[in-house]
Write a protein that binds this ligand. Sequence first.
Ligand code: ZN
Length: 146
Amino acid sequence: MADRLAKQGTALPQTRQTSTLHSAKSLIKSAVKSWNCQWLLRLSLGKNWESLVSRGPLNHNLPRTVSVAALRMRTGHEYLASHLHRINIRPSPECQLCGHSTMNAEHLRTCSAVDHSKNYQKSIFKEAHLYWLALHLMAQHPRKKK
Ligand SMILES: [Zn+2]
């Protein structure tokens, strides 16, 4: 494929530009980065990890508990009822804490069984707090039989 593209490139009109090695490297890096982003976006469509690409990488300076919670929630591998139901561990995806909805990362923002009173400057910290609180409550409450 690279050979075919290179051959096509030779047929394109060439502009005469003087550039330094540094600017040429910078242009190539930028083009490769752009191409990789587009490739990853196409590859991730419909996958659990699509949000990792579309929302960008996580901040590397976050505390581990926040990073782990954010990664799990972004990928859908968060060990909440919907995920546990998908992997045949729970009989229902329903929230075992309030029983009103499918228990996933979105539901935690409105679940009546978790305490929403704590305020954080960044929403990622609040989501991590709600996530770990929900997992703690799930561990305390026995599983409902269906
Ligand atoms: Zn709930």
